[in-house]
Each structure stands twice: as C-alpha cells, then as structure tokens.
Design a protein around this ligand. Sequence first.
Ligand SMILES: Cc1cc2nc3c(=O)[nH]c(=O)nc-3n(C[C@H](O)[C@H](O)[C@H](O)COP(=O)(O)OP(=O)(O)OC[C@H]3O[C@@H](n4cnc5c(N)ncnc54)[C@H](O)[C@@H]3O)c2cc1C
Length: 492
Amino acid sequence: MSQQRSEKINNRNASVASPPRICVVGGGLSGLATAYRLHRLLPEASISIFEAAPRVGGVIHSERSKDYLVDHGADMFATNPPAAILLCKELGVVDELIEPLIEGRGAKIVNGGLLEALPEGFVLMRATQLWPMIRTPLLSIRGKLRFFMERWIPVKRNQGQDTQDESIGDFVRRRMGHEMLDRIVAPLTAGIYTADIDRLSMLATMGPIAKMEATHGSLAKATSERRKSGEDSVERNSAGARYSQFRAFPEGMRQLIESLVTNLPLHCIHTETRVTSLTRSSTSGWNLNVTTQKMERCESFDEVVLATPPRVTSDLIKNISPEAANTLADIEASSVAIVVLGVKQAQVARPANCFGFVVPLSENRKILACSFASQKFSGRAPADRILIRVFVGGAMQPELLQKSDLELSELVREELAELIGLTGEPELTKVVRWHEAMPQYHVGHLDRVKKIEGELAKVDGVTVVSNSLHGVGISPVISQADNAAKEIAARY
Ligand SMILES: Cc1cc2nc3c(=O)[nH]c(=O)nc-3n(C[C@H](O)[C@H](O)[C@H](O)COP(=O)(O)OP(=O)(O)OC[C@H]3O[C@@H](n4cnc5c(N)ncnc54)[C@H](O)[C@@H]3O)c2cc1C
C-alpha cells in the first residue's frame, strides 16, 4: 500500500470510532466470498451486499428440471490452487463434495468429424508422455516432427528480459508449430476461455509454462526435469487421474453460494438493488446511489468493495480514478450460450465415452465444446438418461448468439447428430445465455492489472475484486476475495 494511502487511511480511521460500515457491490462469487472473509476478520463490521439481480450467485446457478440437475455456469472447481477447497472446509461442506466419476474420464478432440482421445499425459500444452504423442492421429507426421523439435527451438528473449508477453497462438506456433496449435492447444484453451488464441496472454493465462521456457530453455527439457523430481507424477499418471483434482456439489455449484450466504450476517444481502453511482462523501467515506424497484436512495459507507463486471466497475469509478476506469474498460469479455439437452441413452448411437470434447476452428463447426455432465458427476440425470451441455459463441463466433433459443438448440442437435449420432427429440432442452461473462486476458493483461491496482491504491476505501483481474476460475476468484478482505481488515 502506498505511504500516501496509508496516511490518509490512518487519519480517517482515527475519526471512525464505531465499527466500519462496508458495502460490497455485486453478489456473485467475488462479492460473497469477500463479504464472508470480511465478516470472519471483522465480526463487528456492518456489511451490506447490494446485488442488482433478483438472486445472488452471478454466473453460478443450478436448478433441478425434469429430474435433471442443471448447472447454468460453472459445474466444478479445481482443488489447486487450494482456496476453494479450503473455503469449503471452513464452511463445513467439504464432506459433501463429490469427485468426478471414474468411468469415461478424459477429453476428446474432434478430428475430421471423428472424436479422438487427447493423448495420455497431455496437459494444456505439454506432453508428459512421448508414446501417446507418437501414436495420436490428431497430428500428421510433419506436425509430430515439428512438435518433437520443440526441445531445440531457441528461447525468445526481449531487451534483456527472460520473457515478454505474447499470445498463446504466437508461443505455440513458435515452439511447437501451427498444427499443434490448431489441432490440440487452441481448442483446449478456447474450451476454457472461449477466447481468440491469437490475443490471449501467455503470461496471464499460462504463466507457469512461460516460466518453464525461460528457466529450462524448452518445455521438453522442463518436462524431463519435472519427471526426474516427480513433479509431473499426477500429469503423467493418466488423463483420468488428473480429474481427481476436481470437485462438485451433489446439488450443483449453487450449493457453494448457499453455504456462503448461510455464513453471512442475517439481512446483509439486498437483491434487486442496483448501485448507480459512487461519490466521495463530504465527511469521510463514500456515498452510493442505489435503485430498487420501489425507490432511489443514497447510503454512506467507510469502505466499498466493487465486485461487479469490469464495465460496471469502470463506470462506477470513472470520476474517482479515470485512469483505472479506462484501463478496466479495455478488458473485454466474451459471451457464450450453453445449450443443455437431456436425452435417453438410446438416443445416442455413438456414445463418446468421455467427459466431453472440444472442437478446433478448422473443423468449421458451430459448437465450441460439449460436456457430458451426467458422465462427469453422479446425480445429474436419471439412470438411463444423459445430460449434455454444449457451448456456443465465444470470442470467435459471437454472431451465433444473435440466433433464437430454438435456432441454437436445433443447430446443436444437428452437430451432435453428426458427431455422436444423436436422434429424436430431447426430453429436456434449455438455453442459458451469459452476456460478456468470460473476461478475456489479452496480451499485456498483467500490465493492465498492475496499472488498475496502482491507480486504485491512490483511492482510500475503494477495492475492486473481480474475475477479470487475477484468474477466472472459482479458486483464483476466492483467493483474490480473501486477499482483498485481509487488506481491508488490516486497516481497522
Ligand atoms: C459459462 C461459465 C462456465 C464456467 N465454468 C467454470 C467452471 O466449471 N469452473 C470454474 O472454476 N469456473 C468456471 N467459470 C468461472 C467462474 O464461475 C466465474 O469466474 C465466477 O463465478 C465469477 O464471479 P464474479 O462474482 O466475479 O462475477 P459475476 O458472477 O458476474 O458476479 C457479478 C455480480 O454483480 C452484479 N451486478 C452487476 N452490476 C451491478 C450493479 N450496478 N449493482 C449491483 N450489482 C451488480 C451482477 O448481477 C452479478 O451478480 C465459469 C464461468 C462461466 C460464465
């Protein structure tokens, strides 16, 4: 924290005798996790959460529909980094968590209209086993030779720095060739970030891999070193073993949101309450204008946590910290639709026998990825049924989101008819749309985050917590919320 800022805060706190009044704007995971940690660290503090929507949870929501359990957004979380699993322990729900089913673990990639297994031991952009790479039909002989040359490709050095940001596309083309990028890495990464691989930042999304190149000279040499030290034991074991690092809730990810809410002070959550402006109060602290269905009002707080999407946050801070606001507005977010289908097993002529598959752009298809939710976790569908979630749109095909729900579900059914032999009417069809919900960590993202946080450090009492800064996954979001709450608590 800057000296200027801590002096201002100390002066202000000297005049704040009563427990701090803290407002968290946005009741998604970022906001709820920050509020929960603040409540633990400052039990005396008065905490209010203002959420514009009729329910909390943001992009996390689950519902039961026709005997299916449908997650509208996230359906599982990684136990590494450990913030999410540690939070579940604290909330007393860790024993309820379920692990992915054993049978069918692994992902496939569409290759010439067929589903081919991801080579055993392949992790994001690293092959921890050689033999599966030699045998995979996903690459041509030329593509494989280019991939195996990676060990001898020189490290990119820039102006004396070991690494400088570049896109994932540039990194993989440079080190492993375009086939490896197009056929394997791009669809896998696009499946996670729904992104344009030629704009996605290597340092912000694959930092440890960039570091391996800088430290060892190549990913192949880094992998040899890690094999000797046993660091890659889980990755090498099998694609299936890696799935034991994920967890879900028996009633869907909404249970995480409910557990947080249960552990927050009573009546602190105000739904259908939209914050429209944030201004410095004439005494100390901040004034928030809020609108509800019934009225507009102004409320004052000592501390404000903005856990809203980047565009909303940018708008709220534009008069307080114009530089931070402009830089936040530069962080784009892509939109995605999930077409959810519940079908009888007998309706699928060629079951994929995997947890899901991703689709390379070169396949010229209209779907990004497909997840077999009932194959991944128990309790998602009745015994003889399959619950399928298909992702459409993202940064590369945003125009598809202009289609109606009916058009989207028909398009998905046509694609699945070709890929897995789906026939007949689904007994459940649902289309979930997430508008600008997937932040895009483009090249230079880390510099943008540094700038935003540097500028905000000059403003006492306003903290930004968001999945658009330090990681989009549930665990990184919780970790960022914990850190923000600890910084605020340290001031009181
Ligand atoms: C489709 C999808 C699938 C995903 N799958 C996974 C997964 O499987 N595993 C994983 O780890 N992660 C996954 N993620 C990522 C993870 O779920 C998100 O990064 C995380 O939940 C984001 O939480 P958030 O609180 O930062 O944002 P949000 O959930 O967007 O919350 C922001 C909240 O702010 C509210 N708000 C907006 N404006 C205002 C205002 N003016 N006043 C008051 N409130 C306002 C919104 O209504 C919203 O509730 C997925 C994300 C998506 C979109």
